[in-house]
Write a protein that binds this ligand. Structure first.
Ligand code: NAD
Ligand code: UDP
Length: 310
């Protein structure tokens, strides 16, 4: 198998690349390093071809040398801090980038997997969220550059299946964490871990009663590969239903890191979803997939990784 991983130098992408290399696949990574890092691929740098290109650039994507059997598209800023910093880039990556990589998959007769997100459900009014829920997204708010780009990407992916018969798959990924998240990533878990390890104040947004459901990266990667290898087309939710409030998460990380950091409350971002938990019944039925790593084990591994990188 020869796989292209767009966004392969990022947090999730680099773990996926390692899994594919371990399975004996030949892997090409295309990444513009807007939020990814070469160090993430250090362990496999001799086995992987890295193309430094922006997937929004049609000519650059067209020039990537095939053939490919599989295209995983994980390219996109994913942290709210990153996509607020890179709003147009995020929109272009989620729209033209998806189209360009679909064209590549079409040209090579490759399977195509789009990494979509729970953010397509917006600030959900149904809980937990099944794939049939159509979402509650503000189309002009600051988060819309990400949410609407992903919704457009899903529509484009579905259209390539209908119009050209491309063998496409859509997964909706819920909050995933683990080793290699950037210290300055801006998402809650890397922020809390870094703050706890450096004795800084832990920044909980609002009263901290908003929830997320957190999935360890190794489990997620298993789901991505299972989806690619299945006959399912999706959308399929991938996440861990272990739901926790941000105030409890901050306190727990402080305890696990044996930190004396104090919790402070900072303003909530605009349109910040209040609750989020995946309904993963479909992933179980179609892929036989369910996460198996507890949040505690995942958080300990993440804290250890951040400690080692300091
Ligand atoms: P990340 O920011 O660590 O990785 C994204 C990678 O894509 C980076 O290497 C970045 O440089 C690259 N990239 C961005 N724009 C690009 C472009 N135009 N051309 C080429 N490369 C580009 O983020 P992540 O957490 O690893 O997320 C990976 C994917 O999974 C994203 O598509 C994200 O939307 C999706 N996802 C992640 C989560 C999560 O909790 N981590 C949740 C839902 C969805
Ligand atoms: N959050 C927080 N402190 C931080 C960063 C984030 O309390 O330092 C909150 C954020 O407002 C949101 C939750 O944690 O309610 C999850 O945010 P994250 O950026 O990790 O993911 P997303 O909002 O994309 O689910």
């Amino acid at each position: 198998m020869r796989a292209l991983v767009a966004g392969g130098a990022g947090f999730v992408g680099s773990h996926l690349v390692e899994r594919l290399v371990d399975a004996g696949h030949e892997v090409v990574v295309v990444d513009d390093f807007s939020t990814g890092r070469r160090e993430n691929l250090a362990a496999v740098s001799h086995q992987v071809t890295i193309v430094d290109a922006d997937i929004s650039d049609a000519a650059a994507v067209d020039a990537i040398e095939g053939p490919f059997d599989q295209v995983y598209n994980l390219a996109s800023p994913a942290s709210p801090v990153d996509y607020h910093r890179l709003p147009i880039h995020t929109l272009m990556t989620g729209s033209m980038g998806v189209k360009n990589t679909l064209d590549l998959a079409h040209a090579h007769g490759a399977r195509y997997l789009l990494a979509s997100t729970s953010e397509v459900y917006g600030d959900p009014q149904v809980h937990p969220q099944p794939e049939t829920y159509l979402g509650h997204v503000n189309p002009v708010g600051p988060r819309s550059v990400y949410d609407e780009a992903k919704r457009f990407g899903e529509a484009m992916t579905a259209a390539y299946r209908r119009e050209f018969g491309v063998d496409t798959k859509i997964v909706r990924i819920f909050n995933t964490f683990g080793p290699r998240m950037r210290v300055e990533d801006g998402r809650a878990i890397p922020n809390f871990v870094h703050q706890a390890l450096t004795g800084r104040e832990i920044t909980v947004a609002g009263d901290g009663h908003q929830t997320r459901s957190i999935c360890y990266v190794d489990d997620l990667v298993g789901g991505l590969v299972a989806m690619m290898e299945s006959t399912a087309t999706g959308p399929v939710n991938l996440g861990n239903p272990e739901e926790i409030s941000m105030i409890d998460l901050a306190t727990w990380i402080c305890d696990l890191a044996e930190s004396g950091s104090q919790i402070v409350h900072v303003p909530r971002p605009v349109d910040d979803p209040q609750i989020r938990r995946p309904d993963i019944t479909l992933a179980g039925e179609l892929l036989g997939w369910a996460p198996s790593t507890t949040a505690e084990i995942g958080l300990k591994a993440t804290i250890e990784d951040f400690r080692n990188r300091r």
